[in-house]
Write a protein that binds this ligand. Structure first.
Ligand SMILES: C[S@@+](CC[C@H](N)C(=O)[O-])C[C@H]1O[C@@H](n2cnc3c(N)ncnc32)[C@H](O)[C@@H]1O
Length: 255
């Protein structure tokens, strides 16, 4: 996604049903955030609220501001978790602002959908108090290489190829070195930034691909080619494929 594009819509109900790997990643990330329980914390790319829900358990007297670009995701999060301890906002993370700087920010499985990490980190920094922890995880360098190879092979074939001609693809799988530099430039002190392998077998596979991994690809295709494209990718991946996830982790503090 370039900064000129608006975030796309997601099928929030299916996402909530199939995003089991995201539940585990969320728990892992939240273990790294120092919280007393009364803070106001941003959940950047909150989706249907999988991580927000876990965050609320850590904040019995606090507040979560969940921000997401998809209206359907925000509505699902509000429906599941709306209360006087939550605020959900539909906004592009490349352009969002908050009324009062927050005490901390977390984000899971979101930043690799955003091409411009310099602008993203500048926005996040502007939304935090000095000293605020910023703990995040997203797809990193080498993420789901076997899935990417299958998708590229199918995308290059007729009748799908014209829909993808000249498109760089939706994913920005950054490495830890350039990410740490970007964070420092944006005004963060980086404690740790690293890659971590996290192989998964998402199920049901076709629903997971349709809703999570390939949503941006399917949107580019005419409706009559979407099912054939999905079928071709499932076929290319072979039976019971392992998704070779590589997560990019960020533990930083706003200076
Ligand atoms: C895979 S979901 C992760 C949701 C949640 N954090 C979780 O772990 O379950 C990715 C989310 O990022 C959001 N997203 C992607 N690009 C965005 C952008 N530029 N601004 C706001 N949200 C964005 C999508 O709408 C989607 O809800």
């Amino acid at each position: 996604m370039s900064s000129a594009e608006t975030p796309r819509e997601w099928d929030a109900a299916t996402y909530q049903r199939v995003s089991t790997p995201h539940q585990g990643w969320g728990a892992e990330i939240l273990d790294r955030v120092p919280l007393h329980g009364y803070e106001t914390v941003l959940d950047l790319g909150c989706g249907s609220g999988r991580v927000t829900e876990q965050l609320l358990e850590r904040l019995p007297r606090g507040h979560v501001i969940g921000i997401d670009g998809s209206a359907a995701m925000v509505a699902e999060a509000e429906r599941r978790l709306g209360s006087d301890r939550t605020t959900f906002l539909q906004a592009d993370l490349l352009a969002f602002t908050v009324a009062v700087p927050a005490d901390a920010a977390v984000s899971s499985a979101t930043f690799h959908w955003i091409a411009d990490h310099d602008t993203l980190f500048a926005r996040v920094r502007a939304a935090l108090k000095p000293g605020a922890p910023f703990v995040a995880q997203c797809g990193g360098r080498g993420n789901i290489a076997s899935v990417v190879a299958a998708v590229e092979a199918v995308s290059a074939r007729e009748p799908f190829a014209p829909s993808f001609a000249g498109w760089p693809g939706p994913w920005n799988y950054a490495g830890p070195e350039e990410t740490a530099e970007r964070l420092e430039r944006a005004g963060f002190a980086v404690e740790r930034c690293w890659l971590q392998e996290s192989p998964q077998r998402p199920a049901p596979l076709r629903d997971f691909l349709e809703t999570v991994s390939l949503g941006a690809h399917l949107e580019r295709l005419p409706p009559e080619l979407r099912d054939p494209f999905l079928d071709a990718v499932v076929d290319e991946l072979g039976p019971d494929p392992m998704h070779d996830y590589v997560r990019l982790n960020i533990v930083a503090t706003a200076r």
